[in-house]
Design a protein around this ligand. Structure first.
Ligand code: HEC
Ligand code: HEC
Length: 148
């Protein structure tokens, strides 16, 4: 019984050793969805600078203002929203932060609420930290107020 067990172990070891050396000799023939296009490892682009001095102007009246400070330490999830600890109407004054505008306290039926509306919970769906970044694509946008 014991001998058989040892022999079996040897067989497994031999098998896996064999497969390792086989795979190092020839690359496995795996087809990707795009066909056999060689993969190129690109370096991650540099992170665009944040908090460029001062606040950026809004490009049009309805634009969610850009965030003029870092946000990486402020958690937003199902239960927690740390932005509200400074921006909610009940906390803004003592933190010298701008209060959420009243549109953030309208529920989807247009009723006014005392707590931020669910539709405004995930702040970074609309507000992004400002950065001194190049346009990704050419952009000729002009706000209607400047078009004659
Ligand atoms: C510790 C307090 C604090 C927290 C937390 C905080 N902010 Fe702010 N925020 C400020 C202050 C203060 C200003 C005003 C800065 C200035 O005017 O230069 C500001 C400015 C802003 C503005 C610009 C408003 C405008 O009218 O231009 C936006 C948008 C904003 N914050 C969004 C956020 C979001 C989104 C989060 C969470 C990810 C957040 N803030 C978390 C304090 C905070
Ligand atoms: C659905 C998009 C949307 C979401 C989500 C959203 N906002 Fe806004 N926010 C806007 C728009 C648009 C404006 C400017 C027009 C207005 O005041 O309604 C604005 C304005 C602001 C202002 C400036 C208020 C003022 O009177 O100058 C602050 C501060 C702000 N938002 C913070 C936040 C924070 C913090 C959250 C998350 C709790 C949040 N917003 C969620 C769209 C959004």
């Amino acid at each position: 019984m014991r001998i058989m067990f040892v022999a079996a172990l040897g067989l497994i070891a031999g098998l896996s050793f064999g497969s390792v050396s086989a795979s190092s000799q020839q690359a496995p023939d795996i087809k990707t969805l795009r066909g056999n296009v060689p993969t190129v490892d690109l370096a991650a682009p540099e992170v665009a600078r944040q908090n460029v001095g001062g606040r950026f102007e809004r490009a049009y009246r309805q634009q969610p203002p850009l965030i003029p400070h870092q946000i990486d330490r402020y958690q937003i999830d199902l239960r927690t929203n740390q932005c509200l600890s400074c921006h909610d109407w009940s906390t803004a004054a003592k933190n010298a932060a701008p209060t959420l505008s009243m549109t953030h306290y309208l529920d989807r039926d247009g009723r006014q609420t005392d707590t931020v509306a669910g539709t405004r919970w995930f702040c970074n769906q609309c507000h992004v930290p400002q950065a001194d970044a190049k346009d990704l694509v050419e952009n000729t946008f002009k706000p209607s107020s400047t078009v004659k």
